[in-house]
Design a protein around this ligand. Structure first.
Ligand code: SF4
Ligand code: SF4
Length: 106
């Protein structure tokens, strides 16, 4: 699969997120920035809360853009397709419905 499209700067990915993710340093940093409680299961962590990031400004900008978590800087190109495959997840279901990106078969 590959990712196509572009960011519409809707800020929706900073409002909601509901992913099972690899338990990496990047994810821990991301969860901390968003104030999420995370639950660990083996090598994966699950974000418990679905909430608006406290750093999202009223005009859909990142209030800590220069210091935003690495995960945010790479999103959604860094969605782990291998992990999705392992878990039987459609990566498109991890994108907000209004997101300008989509994963497509190559
Ligand atoms: S830190 Fe910035 S880019 Fe990351 S979720 Fe929050 S507002 Fe969005
Ligand atoms: S949901 Fe998609 S289109 Fe909207 S800001 Fe996030 S990456 Fe960009």
């Amino acid at each position: 699969m590959k990712i196509v499209g572009e960011c519409k700067q809707c800020g929706e990915c900073c409002r909601t997120n509901d992913q099972w993710l690899d338990n990496t340093d990047e994810m821990a940093e991301f969860a901390a920035a968003r104030g999420w409680k995370v639950r660990q299961r083996g090598k994966l962590i699950q974000a418990e809360a679905i909430d608006v990031c406290p750093h999202l400004t009223k005009d859909n900008k990142c209030g800590i853009y220069e210091n935003r978590p690495r995960y945010c800087a790479g999103y959604p190109h860094n969605i782990d397709l291998e992990n999705c495959k392992k878990l039987g997840l459609d990566p498109n279901k991890l994108l907000p419905g209004c997101c300008g990106y989509r994963f497509v078969d190559e």
